[in-house]
Ligand binder design. Sequence first.
Ligand code: RFL
Ligand code: PHB
Length: 388
Amino acid sequence: MRTQVCIIGGGPSGLLLSQLLHRAGIDTVVLERQSQDYVLARVRAGVLEWGTVEMLNEAGVGARMEKEGFVHTGTYLAARNKGFRIDFDQLIGKKVMVYGQTEVTRDLYAARASMDGVVIHGTEGVALHALDTDAPFVTFTKDGTEHRIDCDYVAGCDGFHGPSRKAIPANVLKEYERVYPFGWLGVLSHTPPVSHELIYANHERGFALCSMRNANLSRYYVQCPLTDKVEDWSDSAFWDELKRRIPEDAAETLVTGPTIEKSIAPLRSFVAEPMRWGRLFLVGDAAHIVPPTGAKGLNLAASDVHYLYHGLVQFYQGDDEGVTKYSEKALARVWKSERFSWSLTTMLHRFPNQSAFDQRMQEADLDYLESSDAAKKVLAENYVGLPF
Ligand code: RFL
Ligand code: PHB
C-alpha cells in the first residue's frame, strides 16, 4: 500500500491531522492499535483553547461543539475555602470552550468515515523504517497478516507509550522530565455541575477541581497519593473529600450521586527534542506530556497539528521550509505551555514534605494573583492559550 503521510495513532492528534490533510487533497492512512469503541471510552481533557476551537471548525468538525459546548469567559481559583474569579473576557477579551475530548474524537471519527478516510484499527507490531531516507515505510500486522505502507512522511501521533519516539536514535533524542509525587483521582457523574465555571482549589488536604461535560454530567478531581487504588475510594469517600477542599458555598450546593467512571492518573511533565527526525514527525503526547492542571495536553496536540499541517501543505506545493522548521516552531510553544502547567501545578498542589516556607510561598502566590490585575492577565493569557 502507498500513501503520502502515514499517521500512527488514531487519537485526537492523528485524526485531526488526517482530516485536515484530506481536505487539502493530501492522502493519509491512520494506524490505530485499539478499536474505535476503546478509544471513545477514554475520559480525558475537557477545556479547548479558542485556537483549538478554530482548528476544529477549519477541519469541518465543529458543528456539534458549537451547539453543545459551553463557552466560558472565566474560571475560579480557590484557596482556604474562598474563591476568586479570573475574568478572561474582561482581562484580555478571550474565552475557552468546554467540550470533552471524547466528543472531539467522536466528531473526528464521524468526519473521517463520511469522507472515506482510511483508519485501520487493531494494528499490531507497528514498526517505522528508513526514516532517514526519502523512502520511509511502516510495517504492521493485522489479523495475522503482515502489511507494508510506503509513504513520503510518517506522523507519530501515538501518544506517550507509542513506538514513534523510540524510533529516533538515542544519540539524537533528548528527553526532559519531571514526575510529580501525587496523582489525580477523577470521577464522572450524572449530576448537574456545582458551578457554571471551573473551580481550581488549593487546600491543605490537597488540590481539587470541579469541571463538567454538560448540564447533567460533572467531572471532578481530587489530588491523591500515587499509592492509592481506585478501589480504595468509595463514592461517598470521594464526595466527602471533594466537599472538604472546595469553597464552602460550593460544598453546600454540590449535588452528589453514583459515579459512572473513576480513575487515577499520574502527573508528569515531559518533552522530547527534536520533534522531527528525517521523515518522522512527533505530534502531541508522543513528544510531550503536561500535568493536566492547565488543561493544555489536548490543546498542545492541536497546535502541533497546526504547524505540521501547514508545513506539509507547503511541502506538496514545492516549499519545504515548514517541515524543516516544524520541530523548532512547535517546541517554542510546547515549552511555554510546559512552564504554565508546571507553575499552576506547583501553586495549587500540596507536596509531600512541603515546608512551612514553601507553604507561605504558595499562599503569597495566590494572594498576589487575587489582588493584581497584571498577575491575573498573565494567568488568563496562558490559560486561554498563547497564539500559534
Ligand atoms: P493519545 O490521545 O494518547 O492518542 C494516541 C493514540 O495512539 C494509539 N497508539 C498506537 N497506535 C498504533 N500502534 C501503536 N503501537 C500505538 N500506540 C499507541 C493509542 O491507542 C491512541 O489512540 O495522544 P494524542 O492524540 O497526542 O492526544 C493527546 C491527548 O489525548 C492528551 O494530551 C490529553 O488527553 C492529556 N490528558 C488530559 N489533558 C487535558 O488537557 N485535560 C485532562 O483532563 C487530561 N486528562 C490526559 C488526561 C491524558 C491521560 N493519559 C494519556 C493517561 C487523563 C489521562 C488518563
Ligand atoms: C476536565 O474537565 O477534565 C479538565 C478541565 C480542566 C483541567 C483538567 C481537566 O485543567
